[in-house]
Design a protein around this ligand. Structure first.
Ligand SMILES: Nc1nc2c(ncn2[C@@H]2O[C@H](COP(=O)(O)OP(=O)(O)OP(=O)(O)O)[C@@H](O)[C@H]2O)c(=O)[nH]1
Length: 221
């Protein structure tokens, strides 16, 4: 996590990063029940601010640039409304997402169950290697009212192969770390894809070479 920084986008929208060798744009959608702190997490991450916000209507859109391990990442963040009346349109917002934060409030078991339902919905809509998912337990500053233990959430995350972190948008605890963990995972997958495609093309070349060799050997005999 040390080798990372949040970057400013200049007025022309050009990424400014000394270490910019490769750049990626990732769509990240934030999902979860109303009031769990989705918008507050995004506001904390993008503007390092915390204040009372009106309930989100539909969806709010933000961008954030991050330099991580000599790579520039542009996060396109879609902060969805948690109110039930918007649920039917949510698929429009998570379509094409590379990553999802499934947020619950550690003081509300119900919101944890709702995050589990979100996971099921995403598993129906995306193949496993299509989307990086992080389960986020927010409001750790209210630990005396906690209803969801870290252990049960961690176990659930491990069983379902998703990232897990607890945060407080209010106290700025683990917020940047949560987004960076997702960025790191996305970069890892991009690197795996590159290795896989290099490997596939080398295999194809080898196959072609051995066919040619076989053909020559056959013509010699
Ligand atoms: N104590 C505490 N309160 C928080 C935290 N994060 C958000 N809140 C409060 O929780 C309430 C809801 O926060 P929002 O960020 O609007 O929640 P949301 O999930 O975006 O809600 P919708 O827009 O309805 O989907 C607000 O009163 C926030 O101030 C936190 O980390 N700790």
């Amino acid at each position: 996590m040390e080798n990372s920084e949040i970057l400013e986008e200049n007025p022309e929208g050009i990424m400014e990063c000394e270490c910019d060798r490769t750049s990626y744009t990732f769509k990240l959608v934030v999902l979860g029940s109303s009031g769990v702190g989705k918008s507050s997490l995004v506001l904390r991450y993008v503007k390092d601010d915390f204040r009372d916000l009106p309930a989100t209507v539909g969806c709010a859109f933000f961008t954030q640039l991050v330099c991580l391990n000599n790579t520039t990442i542009k996060f396109e963040i879609w902060d969805t409304a948690g109110q039930e009346k918007y649920h039917s349109v949510c698929h429009l917002y998570y379509r094409g997402a590379n990553a999802a934060l499934l947020v619950y409030d550690i003081t509300s078991k119900e919101t944890f169950f709702r995050a589990q339902l979100w996971l099921k919905e995403l598993e129906r809509e995306f193949a496993a290697d299509e989307i990086t998912i992080a389960l986020i337990g927010n409001k750790t500053d209210l630990s005396e009212e906690r209803e969801v233990t870290s252990e049960e959430a961690q176990n659930f995350a491990d069983d379902n192969s998703v990232l897990f972190m607890e945060t407080s948008a209010k106290n700025n605890h683990n917020v940047t770390e949560a987004f960076l963990a997702v960025a790191e995972e996305l970069l890892k997958q991009e690197q795996n894809k590159k290795v896989h495609s290099l490997w596939s093309s080398s295999c194809a070349e080898l196959e072609e070479a051995s066919l040619e060799e076989g053909h020559r050997a056959c013509c010699r005999s």
